[in-house]
Design a protein. Sequence first.
Length: 144
Amino acid sequence: MKVTCSQHVDIIWGSLSNTTIESLQHLQDRAVSMIHTCRIEGSWRPKFLVVEQLITFDRVVMVYKIFNKLCPQKLWNKYYQWSYYSRYNTRFCKNFQIPKYNLEYAKKGFSYSALKTWNEVPLNIRELPTLCHFKKQLKKHLMS
């Protein structure tokens, strides 16, 4: 069985329990405090995304790659924007169609949670032309 890019991201982040996320966050906090104490300058404080923000960041970057066709072609046809279903240009035409699931476990998957998060990202960030600019603005948005 061949694993696609979206499934790869989902394998890494999709099935993590809250206790695993908390332990990863604790590990990241310890690493940040070690870096901070090794630094000579007293006013310097590193700014990192917390683990939940990293999960969100990876998923939204993958959706950006799907939207701009920077990933394998199999994924282009898997996800559709609202404009595909409607001929009217509405405020939701840049959003992706989110599948409907009843189970909470299914809502942790890529096809639901990543597209839902993508639709919540401001439009001016989603429409950035390059992946590098998109990542920088997305980090700023998640940190604010």
